[in-house]
Ligand binder design. Structure first.
Ligand code: SF4
Ligand code: SF4
Length: 104
């Protein structure tokens, strides 16, 4: 399983921003506000945003640093284009990357 690339395209496609696992998370919301501002800056996204700041693309970044996620809600990863494009159905775990870490 190749590592999912962290780039603007995948950040834009990622469904974590509308996932019920984190929509009620104040920690994630605060991070998202900061990220939305940072995304307005030009240049290499990896130089602008530190992975731990990003409440998105957990399939690339690994587990969330926020501790107020609603783990009982349904993960949206299997509906995500990034998930399909990177063949994450064949990895382990196949979803809930914010909780269980990157697929192997
Ligand atoms: S990894 Fe899955 S469960 Fe976690 S926020 Fe993203 S879509 Fe939701
Ligand atoms: S597969 Fe999940 S964590 Fe990865 S970009 Fe899509 S919604 Fe986000």
């Amino acid at each position: 399983m190749g590592k999912v690339e962290l780039n603007r395209d995948n950040i834009n496609k990622c469904l974590c921003k509308i996932c019920p696992v984190q929509t009620d998370s104040k920690c994630s919301k605060d991070k998202l506000d900061i990220i939305n501002e940072k995304l307005k800056e030009e240049g290499d996204i990896k130089k602008i945003i530190k992975p731990e700041e990003l409440p998105l693309v957990y399939c690339s970044n690994g587990k969330a640093t926020c501790k107020d996620l609603s783990e009982r809600e349904l993960c949206k990863c299997t509906q995500c284009v990034v998930w399909l494009d990177n063949n994450l159905a064949n990895g382990e775990p196949i979803e809930y990357f914010c909780i269980d870490g990157v697929p192997k």
